[in-house]
Design a protein around this ligand. Structure first.
Ligand code: SF4
Length: 500
């Protein structure tokens, strides 16, 4: 890697930036007859090839075929089918997004936003937790009804119209059974009992979050030796030092960076990581004045980021992610696989925070001054830049009963996350992916190029893309007995003829 980069510098190719492979000239030369090359031009500023996220990287690790089928690169699959399959969620996933939305409402009310000159753009406001709780439960009820009643008229992904995987399969079984003409769909969801259970989980998680984390009713943060959460809980964080509250209200998938800023977005939540292009097409690169590297962008939407200071004035940039996983009653931790996955996610977040907030003390100087003024504390000497030892991250597990804050929130310092090794591994993986796109045959738009890979213990347990996958094994096919397009047309027109 090092030698190819120095070679590039010698060749005068040390450009930087996000480029598509089309710009890189990798669709040239067309020496393989009438082969169709991947057309991966950016859609607005979003590009499915170079825009990654923790979730998309996990999918690729588990099965590259699954990533390919959801990427939009595959030909001959309608966008309706793709959207439908990509937006499938689980009941628990639906409950989790309702919880996140409710918490966001409390924190949005808490937050104060200043313009660069220190003028208040948005002041903290009161919130009514009971009302928020009630509307969260109502929204979940609505999701249940909408998911069952809706005929999936198009592939739109709307957060209030989730396509619950469980409902889809049930509908298919009912509608697509041996005598579909004689099937009547029930008027209400046959999974109503499961929804009732999840609604209880949801309400309890929200109450836990509010009581344990926001209000610190147990006084658990009084003795926090690292001073990450002030005594009194998240409520005691200075409103001006709240830096991010799930910044996905403006989707960067739909707008380019300038539009986001123009629309009042405060952050563009991704970090960049450069990888070299293997065997770069030097001539084409010189012609276009481009470097033989690709900047991948890894989206990192954190649930909550704030700045706080110890009593001695040392800064801490703290990030939290709300998790609704069930915790083991003995260890007080989630399942081992979930722990491992969450740790990887925290590493992505750490990279994002270090890249995004390197100049936090300059960029947020008005906010910092205001917070110290409000607390009647002298402003400490601020560091020149943010370093890993000042960044702390942790998942806050908010579901279930009977555990106090220290079990639910075990933050780690970014300096202890071995980020160098993580970046090295990530870069190698992304370089391998870029390499896949840069070799010409077979074209990346062909399914053969994306064999199922990385499946745990060589076993495929299915994925959202299974209806499109010719290699889905029998036990998965049984769950998804028709193709996505057939399923789509059946679900558009379910038969409601009563049983004879
Ligand atoms: S069904 Fe299995 S093999 Fe096919 S894409 Fe999904 S995980 Fe991969």
């Amino acid at each position: 890697m090092a030698s190819s980069s120095s070679q590039l510098k010698q060749d005068g190719l040390a450009g930087r930036g996000c480029v598509t492979l089309d710009q890189l000239g990798l669709s040239l030369p067309r020496d393989a007859g009438s082969v169709d090359f991947a057309d991966i031009k950016a859609d607005a500023s979003f590009n499915r090839v170079i825009d990654e996220s923790h979730t998309s990287l996990v999918v690729q690790e588990q099965c590259e075929r699954a990533w390919y089928l959801s990427s939009g690169l595959a030909q001959g699959i309608s966008t309706d089918e793709q959207h439908l399959l990509r937006s499938l969620s689980s009941y628990l996933g639906g409950a989790g997004s309702v919880v996140h939305e409710a918490i966001r409402r409390v924190l949005d009310a808490h937050r104060e936003k200043l313009n660069p000159e220190g003028r208040v753009l948005k002041a903290p406001a009161a919130y009514n937790f009971e009302q928020i709780l009630q509307s969260a439960a109502e929204r979940f009820d609505f999701m249940e009804g909408a998911s069952w009643d809706d005929f999936f008229p198009n592939g739109r992904s709307d957060r209030d119209h989730p396509r619950f995987r469980e409902h889809l399969k049930l509908k298919h079984l009912l509608v697509g059974s041996a005598s579909p003409a004689h099937v009547a769909l029930p008027e209400t969801s046959p999974d109503h009992q499961s929804f009732k259970r999840y609604r209880e989980v949801l309400v309890q998680a929200l109450n836990n979050w509010h009581e344990i984390f926001y209000l610190d009713r147990d006084g658990a943060f009084q003795d926090d030796p690292r001073h990450l959460v002030p005594p009194g809980g998240l409520k005691a964080i200075d409103p001006a030092l709240v830096l991010e509250v799930e910044e996905k209200n403006i989707s960067y998938a739909k707008h380019d960076s300038f539009e986001i800023l123009g629309l009042g977005g405060l952050s563009i939540p991704y970090y960049e990581i450069e990888v070299p292009v293997a065997r770069p097409p030097v001539k084409e690169l010189i012609q276009r004045g481009l470097g033989a590297r690709i900047s991948f962008r890894v989206k990192a939407v954190l649930d909550f980021v704030y700045l706080t200071f110890t009593p001695a004035g040392d800064p801490r940039l703290v990030a939290m992610d709300w998790k609704t996983n069930r915790l083991d009653e003995f260890s007080g931790k989630p399942a081992i696989e979930a722990q491992e996955e969450h740790l990887v996610q925290l590493k992505h977040y750490a990279l994002y925070l270090l890249q995004r907030y390197r100049d936090v003390f300059q960029r947020f100087d008005e906010e910092i001054k205001r917070a110290f003024g409000r607390a009647h504390r002298p402003l400490p000497q601020l560091p020149k830049e943010l370093t890993a030892d000042m960044v702390f991250l942790g998942d806050a597990y908010i579901a279930g009963e009977g555990l106090s804050a220290p079990y639910r929130f075990r933050p780690v310092c970014a300096a202890d996350l071995d980020l160098d090794t993580f970046v090295q591994g990530l870069r190698a993986r992304l370089a391998a992916k870029a390499g896949k796109f840069s070799s010409i045959w077979p074209p990346v738009t062909q399914i053969e190029r994306w064999a199922p890979s990385g499946l745990a213990k060589e076993r495929c347990d299915g994925c959202n893309q299974a209806p499109l996958c010719p290699d889905a094994p029998l036990h998965v096919k049984e769950e998804w007995p028709v193709s996505a397009s057939e399923m789509l047309s059946q679900l558009k027109r379910p038969r409601r003829t009563p049983l004879l």
